[in-house]
Every structure is written in C-alpha cells, then in structure tokens.
Design a protein around this ligand. Structure first.
Ligand code: UDX
Length: 458
C-alpha cells in the first residue's frame, strides 16, 4: 500500500490524467499514473469512451469516462490514414466532455483533492480547458525529446524554407536540429503541410500558454542535449521520467489488446539471438505490395521470424480483417515463421531467442528495444518515426535502415546482415552497452520523485 501524500492542510492529494486513446499514448500515461500512485498520490483516469482502458486491470486507479461523441468518416479515430485530421477532430470532439467531466470532478471534490491534471501532449484543447478551470495542468509527451524539440522549432523551420520538404534538400542537415536531416522531419504528404503546421502550432501554443510543466518519456543517457535545449526554450520545467515501462513498480500489461502468448513457447524452442521479431506497432499500415515484399523477403532470408500481422495493417483489407499471406508462401512461413495478430512485445524483446527487431520505430517500440539491448531494422512509416529511426541508426548506432522502397531481395539481405553479419554484431554490442546505461537510469527514481514533489507544490 503506497503512503498517502498530503498537502500542507493535511489533506491527501489527487492527480487527474487524461490519455489520448491510442495504444502508444495510453500505455505511457497509465504507467505514469501507476508511478505517481506508488509515490502516494491518488490518481483518477479521465478517459474517452473510444478505446477506453479496462479498470479491472488497474484496481489502484479510479476511472471516469468523459462520454464524447466522435465524428463520422475519415476523421473517426482509427478509420482512415489521415492522423492529423483525426487528432484535430478528437481535440474538437473531446473539449467540452473533458471540461464538463473535470469540472464535475472538481465540484464534487472529496479528499483527496486535485493537485493537478496531466493530459497527453497532443490534447491542446484539454490543456486550455483545464487551465481555464483554474487547475494546474502538465503535458505528457509520449514521443522523444528530439521530436518534441523539432515540433517547437516547426514555425522556424517553415520560415527557413525546410518545410514543405523539397526533394532536392532531403539529405541536408537541419541546422538547429542535427543529426536530423530534412528527410527525417515529421512526415506527411506535402498537400497536408498546412494542416500539420496548424496542428503543431495549436499544440505548441497551448503548451506555452497553459502548461505548468512538461513530462517526457525519455532519459539523459540517450537525449541529454535535446532535453537541455527543450528546457532552454520552455518557461515551465521539463521532467524526463522515462523509460516509463521500466520504471513501473509491477510491470503490468498496459496494452489495449490481448496478446497471443503462444509465441513465447515458440521462442523457447529457438536458440539465443536466432529470431527476427517484426512489428509495425499499433497504427501503421502498409500497401498490399509492401506487405508481399516483406513476406517474401522474410521467407527467402533463411532467418526464423516472429511477425505481428495486425488486423487492419494492410491497406484495403478492412480494419477488422487479418491480412492473408501471399499465395504460395504458407510452407515457408510454417517452417521458419510464427505469425500472430498481437504479441506481448516487451516479453518478446526480453526473450533470449530474439536477435533483432524490425520496427516502424514508434517511440515506445524504440525505448523497449533500447531497454532490451536489441538492435533494429528501421522501417519508419509516418509521424515521429523518421526522427526515431535517425537516432536509432545514426546517433545510437544500433539500427540499419531498410530504405524508402521495401523490396524482397533487400529485405532478405538486410535481415541476414543484422542477424548474422559483422555489422549486426557491432550493433548488438552497442545495444548491449546502451542497455547497461539505461539500467543505471532505471535504478534512480530521482526524476519521478522530483515530478511528484513539483505536483504537490502547485
Ligand atoms: C504511435 C506512433 O506510431 C508512434 O510513432 C508514436 O511515438 C506513438 O504513437 P504506435 O504505432 O502505437 O505509436 O507505436 P509505439 O509507440 O511503438 O507503441 C506500440 C506499443 O504497442 C508498444 O508499447 C508495443 O510494446 C505495443 N505492442 C505492439 C504490443 O504490445 N504488441 C504488439 O504486437 C505490437
């Protein structure tokens, strides 16, 4: 039982958190909630009906739904591929329900009283709404410090002509954001540049106007310089409390999906470092042609593989339907592969049979690979993934890029290179070193202690 933190008036304190309802955002917010609870703060999770977390899996936290009405069509979360449109629509649809739910929490306040609210960094309307109700509000960034820094710099990048991205400048280093090149900047179609810039401007403006602090799921050993730069740019304090999934007292399963655990027994039957784990996270989807090249590349690589093929992860197949393997490949997959629709990823990466991770470079997957000491094959798809891929391959030296065009011969060659080649061996050694540095950060809970103290001081 965690000790209860009290304010100067002797009353216990509560933190209200409001996660964005997507896998890569929900897990870190719930992990933060558990960490704060372990430090004696009561925590209420205010959540959307869409992708609602399961209260039964987090008995120590209180849950309150906000009952939003979501828009139809392409802007429905999870429906189309236009993430910016979805985020804008979600912000619009959830502003009032969030404000009302928070207001009624504040009105019916019984001890422990609310010390502050933590909202996902993409909830710009919630940042404004909480601050409008007079409650201190902090933003949780679920991406890297490098990514957050590049978002803060976005208006300057546009003024300097880096955005919209021009083909002839793709390999140019971005002056204030090295080692990022123009091609690594947050990726959307050029026709969407205005929408993207508009979204980023709202997030940055809400952050500057309303946030009493920023919480980042990262740590000094991997992003010390980026964190210093962010602190120089913001007038409120930034707390780097990551890697959150490693800091949690009991590593509960925070996922919105149920994993297929049979893959762990399958891994048990394989020698150390022999299996390539393939997963493109919870949102990214690929064209049918790319899926086919991935499948044939894996099949012809000779490398055993565990592949997460999520329903909806191939365009045109439907969001509920699991994509079918290409004709003629079944035997190859049966002999050397295992395909699941959702894996217990952190346990998979920690399994000694895993030799490398073919990833879309979502920030959670990036952190999980670093913490497990596993080198990567990088296939960034959109958003912050290009930034993360650049850091994995160039800054930390633990990854190889698959390249812009996914083609079976290159897939097979790169898979063999990372699994059994000399370069793969060097990357594995660097990944092992990075894991050791990470363990030292995890051993220290100073950052989360200082965040909890700050919350109580607000
Ligand atoms: C999205 C964006 O794509 C990403 O770039 C951003 O940083 C966060 O939001 P997502 O696609 O969900 O992220 O990727 P990622 O951040 O890597 O999170 C995926 C999470 O799902 C990880 O924690 C991973 O462990 C988990 N997962 C994924 C599973 O548990 N099982 C699976 O089979 C696949």
């Amino acid at each position: 039982m965690a000790r209860q933190e009290q304010g100067s008036d002797g009353v216990c304190r509560r933190v209200v958190v409001f996660p964005l309802p997507f896998e890569g955002h929900m897990s870190p917010m719930l992990q933060l909630a558990e960490l704060l609870h372990a430090r004696g703060l009561a925590v209420t999770v205010l959540h959307t009906d869409f992708n609602a977390p399961d209260p039964a899996r987090h008995p120590e936290l209180a849950f309150v739904p906000s009952h939003e009405t979501l828009p139809d069509g392409d802007a429905t979360p999870g429906a189309g591929t236009d993430i910016v449109a979805q985020l804008l629509a979600l912000n619009g649809a959830c502003e009032r329900p969030f404000r009302e739910a928070l207001a009624s929490l504040l009105l019916g306040q019984r001890p422990p009283d609310v010390a502050c609210v933590v909202v996902d960094g993409q909830w710009y309307t919630a940042l404004g709404a909480a601050s409008g109700l007079g409650v201190p509000v902090l933003a949780l960034r679920t991406d890297s410090a490098a990514m957050f820094r590049s978002m803060l710099a976005f208006p300057r990048l546009r003024d300097a002509g880096y955005i919209p991205v021009k083909d002839e400048r793709l390999d140019e280093l971005v002056a204030e954001l090295e080692p990022l090149r123009v091609r690594d900047l947050i990726r959307v179609d050029s026709s969407d540049t205005d929408a993207l810039c508009g979204f980023i401007a709202r997030v940055a403006a809400a952050m500057r106007a309303s946030a009493s602090g920023v919480v980042l799921n990262t740590f000094d050993a991997i992003e010390a310089l980026e964190l210093t730069k962010i602190q120089e740019e913001l007038s409120c304090p930034a707390f780097a409390v990551g890697p959150l999934h490693m800091m949690c007292p009991a590593p509960a399963d925070h996922s919105l999906h149920r994993p297929d655990r049979s893959c762990l027994a399958w891994l048990d039957a394989h020698p150390p470092r022999s299996v390539l784990y393939v997963s493109l996270g919870s949102v990214a989807s690929v064209d049918p042609g790319v899926f086919e090249e991935m499948a044939w590349g894996l099949a012809s690589s000779g490398v055993p593989f565990l592949w997460v093929v999520r329903p909806g992860s191939v365009h045109g197949v439907g969001t509920e339907a699991t994509p079918r393997m290409p004709d003629g490949i079944d035997e190859e997959v049966r002999t050397r592969g295992k395909v699941v629709t959702w894996a217990p990823q952190r346990e998979v990466l920690a399994h000694e049979a895993i030799g490398a991770f073919w990833t879309h470079c979502g920030w959670n997957s990036t952190l999980e690979s670093i913490c497990a000491g596993v080198p990567v094959l990088a296939q960034p798809c959109f958003a912050d993934q290009t930034v993360n891929a650049r850091y994995l391959t160039h800054q930390w030296g633990i990854g190889l890029e698959l390249g812009d065009v996914i083609e079976r011969a290159r897939v097979a060659k790169t898979a063999r290179m990372v699994m059994t080649g000399k370069e793969g061996g060097r990357m594995r050694e660097r990944a092992r070193q990075l894991k050791l540095q990470t363990n030292q950060c995890v051993a220290s809970s100073l950052a989360i202690e200082s965040l909890a103290r700050y919350m109580l001081s607000l």
